[in-house]
Design a protein around this ligand. Structure first.
Ligand code: CUA
Length: 310
């Protein structure tokens, strides 16, 4: 797996080579002409500068030269337009039978929904050599879904759907970035794409949404806490950032909220995850936490983890 450009990581999709060759052509075309034109300009400035005792002779029209420097760039631009158009069409046309995955963006995490409705935050498993259509939306502000390995990038806009489509053709991990500035934790809005074989995907489906073998509920809760992006606002260890501090929450016993003093128990935490605006911690009323959809066991695990935060 060699990088096909020196600006992007090694390609992992069938559409990447045509994108890369177009990109490299336009890149080198620009480099060559920038150097050539700038170089000649500097050279002529020096060569034809005003000199004592030399009277400049006016230049005539050079019709042939003018035609050449008009027609040649037009041909080059038409060529680049044609190449770009082909790559654009390729990137907005989903292959027949493409598997549709819903991707929901919110401050500051990515959530993936598989066909059939199973949801998973922070990472998605795709089968190698199968076409995919990822349907994007946002629950709050504009985000942008960028996976350099697949050469796909598209905005996720509140109130409308957009999509990216590609066929991963190499197994391994690819990195999802958010490339639209969306607030304080924009740079932490990351996710992973795991491209795996058919067998590995089948095995993964069986464990989807279940506690991984070998993890305690608290450890699984910690994992879910990170993958759902809770760390972005509540801190890596619940120490609190733009969101309230969770460390020592159960020791405090009560918490002042917009709905009055609340006893800290499992029900309060559960409600705050599913319906964050029901009881907002005092001082955080202007921080919008999005609601999270978790299964019962996942909620239990996250609550178990929050209890361990001191
Ligand atoms: Cu989401 Cu930047």
């Amino acid at each position: 797996m060699d990088p096909t450009t020196f600006q992007l990581p090694p390609a992992m999709s069938t559409g990447a080579p045509s994108y890369d060759s177009l990109y490299m052509f336009i890149f080198w075309f620009s480099v060559v002409f920038t150097v050539l034109i700038t170089g000649l300009t500097l050279l002529f400035v020096r060569k034809y500068k005003r000199q004592k005792g030399v009277k400049p002779t006016p230049t005539d029209d050079l019709t042939k030269l003018e035609i050449v420097w008009t027609v040649v760039p037009v041909i080059a631009i038409v060529f680049m337009f044609h190449g770009s158009w082909k790559v654009y069409i390729q990137n907005v046309t989903a292959a027949e039978g493409a598997t549709e995955i819903r991707v929901r963006a919110k401050k500051w995490s990515w959530e993936f929904e598989y066909p059939g409705g199973a949801r998973a935050p922070g990472e998605v498993y795709l089968e190698v050599n199968k076409p995919y259509k990822l349907i994007l939306s946002s629950e709050d502000v504009i985000h942008s879904f960028f996976v350099p390995e697949f050469r796909v990038k598209r905005d996720a806009v509140p109130g409308q759907y957009s999509f990216v489509t590609f066929t991963p053709n190499v197994t391994g991990d690819a990195q999802v970035f958010c490339t639209e500035y969306c607030g304080t934790s924009h740079s932490n809005m990351l996710a992973k794409v795991h491209v795996v074989t058919h067998e590995e995907l089948e095995k993964f489906k069986e464990t989807l949404g279940k506690r991984p073998a070998g993890l305690s509920p608290e450890q699984w809760g910690k994992d879910l806490f990170a993958k759902n992006g809770c760390t972005a606002c509540h801190g890596d260890n619940g120490e609190g950032r733009t969101g309230p501090k969770l460390a020592g929450l159960f020791d405090r016993g009560t918490e002042a909220t917009t709905a009055g003093a609340v006893t800290v128990d499992e029900n309060y935490i559960r409600e705050s995850i599913l319906r964050p605006n029901a009881k907002i911690v005092a001082g955080y009323a202007n921080v919008q936490m999005p609601p999270f959809v978790l299964q019962d066991e996942q909620l239990d695990a996250v609550i178990a983890y929050i209890k361990t935060l001191k």
